[in-house]
Design a protein. Structure first.
Lengths: 293, 246
């Protein structure tokens, strides 16, 4: 029971990180039909920016340092994503091969730059003492960082749902995911929605970058790319363009990985996620949410 | 140019000149030119696949095109679709294109334009069902109800000058067709309409001026009675079967 509780909550924590990356990816694909391979670069650059900022707040309490890191990561993720959309993606609308090439190129160049600037080794993130402690649940000592990541992801999920369901921009995004041309034919400048969705996606990826640092205790230049692969799987399983679908899929993928990696041989969890993707594509090509695209 | 030409130009709300559209390798519209007078309904007729829908999409900039489209004398071909629409053009597409995952109320709210007087009173007077079904997902509506949503979106903004309506009666039950016809007649009292319609009895009932397309070119422009009143002319431009069913 103790092990199961530990695996459940750790799996939820991993799923929370996947969700933060996948939500933006899903909205970007759903609305803009852009397969954004640079999303992992937003994650990585934001994490390093946050980590650097936290080291500049000399003498501040660890809580404040961590908070500064998170805020800087969110802002840098949003700004980087916005610039990417405006400068690189916008001239390539409807040129999908060009978009793939430019986002892959940006991802590779960014990771190389980060490695050049900070080295390839993981950098330790200073965490407040309460984050390094554990809380006992059903006899299992659960690291507080897992609970923190889950709580933040739930908050982001609620904010995204509020944005999508209760604001005009959210309405435009939901409509644009269904039929972008008709949104334009109603007199709406859909490009503004594109930029906003990219910015939101970048902010969520930046937050994920910092929270992944919190979850693992270190930041590392390759983690964004590694997590992006699973985030893409989450997006497809959840249904392209569906934030709720991404949330459900992220939990399923996180739990599957945790349980099978623990009870099965090493790597079985990762393999099973790919298998799940294949099964979903065969049985329900639109993913959990049933989206047709 | 005759002396009457400038006066005629002044009465034109929409002036399409030498519109060319390529889709892939196909030359769909080949120098289409016609005008739409202010007020009333102008019919854009022709057999299947002659370019009627593409003409509406070309006017809106939803397909790449060359040529000129003047709205109230102002050139619009360099504008983005949303900018053209904001100049008072509303579009009711052939397949209705309601947002299936949004409610009826959300579909209408999305069509609201900042600064435009909103005509919810008119919309709900014409289509009371929409008010009752405001919270229902548009994807769960019948075809006729979806057509009501599509028409309601076009009628909602009080500053719309022209409605581009593409086959609004396609696939609808006769009772619903009657309802749609009444709505279009009412809409024509407040805005100009360019109507694509395959149902010739509906077209005959609604339109005054007619533009007929054939293989991507304008083959006839004139009064509907002139076309429909001459079976040989109608057969030549609209096809034997179409005239026979009329």
């Amino acid at each position: 029971m103790t092990t199961i509780a530990l695996l459940l909550i750790t799996g939820l924590g991993l799923g929370a990180l996947y969700f933060l990356i996948a939500a933006g990816l899903s909205l970007i694909w759903g609305l803009m039909r852009v397969l954004n391979f640079a999303h992992g670069a937003f994650f990585t650059v934001a994490a390093y920016a946050g980590w650097s900022a936290s080291r500049m707040v000399v003498g501040a309490s660890p809580d404040l340092q961590w908070l500064v890191a998170v805020v800087v990561a969110v802002v840098v993720g949003g700004v980087f994503a916005t610039l990417t959309e405006v400068v690189l993606i916008r001239p390539l609308y409807a040129r999908h091969v060009g978009q793939v090439l430019v986002t892959v190129g940006l991802a590779l160049a960014t990771i190389s730059l980060v490695q050049g600037g900070f080295g390839s080794d993981p950098q330790r993130l200073a965490l407040p003492a309460w984050m390094t402690n554990t809380t006992t649940i059903v006899g299992a000592n659960i690291p507080n960082t897992r609970m923190l990541v889950i709580a933040v992801a739930l908050l982001v999920f609620a904010l995204l749902l509020f944005f999508l369901q209760r604001t005009r921009f959210g309405l435009i995004v939901r409509a644009g995911v269904e039929n972008r041309a008709m949104v334009q034919a109603l007199g709406i400048d859909v490009h503004r929605a594109f930029t906003l969705v990219f910015a939101i996606g970048g902010m969520a990826a930046g937050l994920a970058g910092m929270l992944a640092g919190t979850y693992y205790g270190t930041i590392d230049p390759g983690r964004g790319t590694a997590m992006l692969i699973f985030a893409f799987i989450v997006v497809i399983i959840g249904g392209l363009g569906s934030v709720t679908g991404s949330a459900v899929a992220a939990v399923v993928v996180g739990e599957l990985q945790q349980f099978l990696n623990f009870y099965g041989a090493a790597g079985v969890g990762d393999f099973s996620v790919v298998l799940l993707l294949a099964v979903v594509l065969l049985i329900r090509p639109g993913g959990f949410s049933g989206a047709s695209t | 140019m005759s002396a009457a030409a400038p006066a005629a130009a002044a009465t034109m709300l929409l002036d399409v000149r030498d519109l060319d559209v390529y889709i892939g390798e196909s030359h769909i519209l080949q120098g289409v030119s016609f005008g739409v007078r202010r007020g009333g309904i102008t019919g854009l007729l022709g057999r299947n696949g002659v370019g009627k829908t593409t003409t509406l999409r070309g006017i809106l900039g939803l397909v790449p095109r060359t040529g000129s489209v003047l709205l109230g004398g102002d050139e619009t071909t360099r504008l983005a679709t949303h900018e053209i629409v904001r100049r008072g053009v509303a579009y009711v597409p052939e397949d209705r294109d309601v947002f299936a995952g949004l409610t009826v109320e959300e579909n209408l709210r999305l069509a609201e334009r900042a600064g435009a007087p909103l005509r919810y009173d008119l919309v709900y007077e014409l289509f009371p069902e929409l008010e009752q079904r405001a919270a229902q997902k548009a994807g769960t509506l019948s075809g006729g109800q979806q057509q009501m949503v599509a028409l309601a979106r076009a009628l909602l903004n009080g500053d719309n000058r022209i409605l581009l309506v593409d086959e609004p009666t396609k696939g609808l039950a006769p009772l619903v067709v009657r309802h749609v016809v009444e709505a279009l007649q009412r809409a024509a009292e407040i805005a100009t309409i360019l109507l694509v319609e395959q149902n010739l009895s509906v077209a005959h009932k609604l339109v005054k001026d007619v533009v007929v397309l054939d293989q991507g070119r304008v083959s006839f422009t004139g009064d509907v009675e002139q076309l429909m009143g001459d079976p040989a002319l109608a057969r030549r431009h609209l096809g034997l079967a179409a005239v026979g069913s009329h």
